[in-house]
Ligand binder design. Structure first.
Ligand SMILES: [Zn+2]
Ligand SMILES: [Zn+2]
Length: 407
């Protein structure tokens, strides 16, 4: 029996890798311009980091973590990267630097979910985190950054949805109202919602269970509770964010029921949807998490960030065809072919030759599959010191010296 990749994981094959490389390269370009520095944190962390950092009322922590014990320590494959980034921020004393501290990251994350189209158990995220700035200009900055990054990948038709969840103070009253509105039909809701009801009723609005969604609609939940009544500070912050977005010319829609699936958000939350390919797809989600650094043992530090799923991005940008090498050297003289191949590589081109010196026709077939140009190096070419260069797309053939070619 052949062993296959585990359920929910996927090989990214050489044929697909160009897209990934371009996405990562654009991320580096766009984020570097804004002075975000890449950070790479471990794939696994102490389990308690996620229990404290992601929140023990979330599906991620309750059901989806890959946790294992080694030497009596409970470790978990990271289900997301914000908790790890905050841990690193504290562990390496970044809080001593003058704010802001700006990180970006990329890499695999792990959640034990039912695999479905576009959802893997090992999936990849790219994200940014910005520490130390309370002002809404930081929220606007990360939203702008996400939008610039998506545009660099050709995703221009974007919708930004924003909301403010307020602080603990202004959320308390809303939670009570929400609980009152839900109480009459609480019995019909799923087990998750029942346990969220006491621990974190806001998250009920986020439930994906079909029965729950139907009950919300039947009971007109969204109309019976208006949005969160923000305190003066939170309301000002939200107003300022909208002003910044206006100035930056970023179109947004307010969605008072946008709550996001994580416990740590405060004030701003947002989602960016791409309208490419006809239907709306959420490609980016994030928000402010002013309490998280403190929750993980640091001093109070405002912070804001977002994450994007790379698999989703990848499916939206379509296949980028660009993995052909520049030159394939066609020759029955292996020594000359090898020499020329290395000379081409030294001049910055990608090049290969036929390791088996097969018939010219076979070599040309191979060239047409993997290279933009074939360089034919036959007896005459070697004797008279020139190259026959064939464009594999147009079949046009020219006679050139090596010097002309590399120019
Ligand atoms: Zn508030
Ligand atoms: Zn539910």
């Amino acid at each position: 029996m052949l062993i296959k990749a585990p359920k929910g994981t996927k090989d990214i094959l050489p044929d697909e890798i160009v897209n990934w490389q371009i996405i990562e390269q654009k991320a580096n370009e766009v984020f570097s311009k804004a002075n975000f520095k890449e950070i790479r944190t471990p794939i696994f962390e102490e389990t308690s980091l996620f229990e404290r950092g992601v929140g023990d009322t979330t599906d991620i922590v309750n059901k989806e973590m890959y946790t294992f014990i080694k030497s009596d320590r409970s470790l978990t494959l990271r289900p997301e990267n914000t908790a790890g980034a905050v841990r690193a921020y504290l562990e390496h004393n970044f809080f001593r630097e003058s704010p802001p501290v700006k990180f970006w990251y990329k890499g695999p994350m792990f959640r034990y979910e039912r695999p479905q189209a576009g959802r893997q158990r090992q999936f990849h995220q790219i994200g940014v985190e910005m520490f130390g700035i309370q002002d809404a200009s930081a929220d606007a900055e990360v939203i702008l950054l996400a939008s610039e990054f998506l545009k660099s990948l050709g995703l221009n038709d974007l919708t930004v949805e924003i909301n403010s969840l307020g602080c603990n103070k202004c959320r308390a009253e809303y939670k009570e109202n929400l609980k009152k509105a839900i109480a009459p039909f609480l019995d019909g809701l799923c087990e998750d919602c029942k346990s969220r009801y006491e621990k974190n009723p806001l998250r009920i609005l986020d439930c994906k269970n079909e029965d729950c969604i139907r009950l919300f609609e039947e009971n007109n939940l969204k109309n019976s509770v208006s949005g969160i009544k923000l305190c003066d500070e939170c309301s000002n912050h939200y107003k300022q964010l909208k002003e910044y977005l206006d100035i930056l010319n970023i179109k947004y829609e307010e969605n008072t029921f946008l709550v996001r699936g994580l416990d740590y958000y405060t004030k701003t939350v947002f989602e960016i949807k791409s309208n490419n390919l006809g239907s709306q797809n959420a490609v980016c989600g994030g928000g402010r998490y002013d309490g998280l650094v403190e929750t993980l043992g640091g001093v109070h530090t405002p912070a804001v960030g977002w994450a994007m799923g790379v698999e989703r991005l990848n499916s939206l940008i379509g296949k980028i065809q660009d993995n052909k090498i520049d030159y394939f050297v066609v020759s029955d003289n292996k020594q000359e072919a090898l020499k020329l191949t290395y000379k081409l590589r030294a001049c910055g081109f990608s090049a290969e030759f036929d390791y088996n010196s097969r018939k010219f026709i076979k070599q040309l077939e191979k060239a047409s599959k993997i290279a933009k140009f074939a360089i034919i190096l036959g007896e005459d070419e070697i004797k008279n010191n020139y190259l026959s260069v064939k464009n594999m797309e147009t079949s046009e053939q020219t006679r050139e010296t090596f010097e002309d070619l590399v120019k």
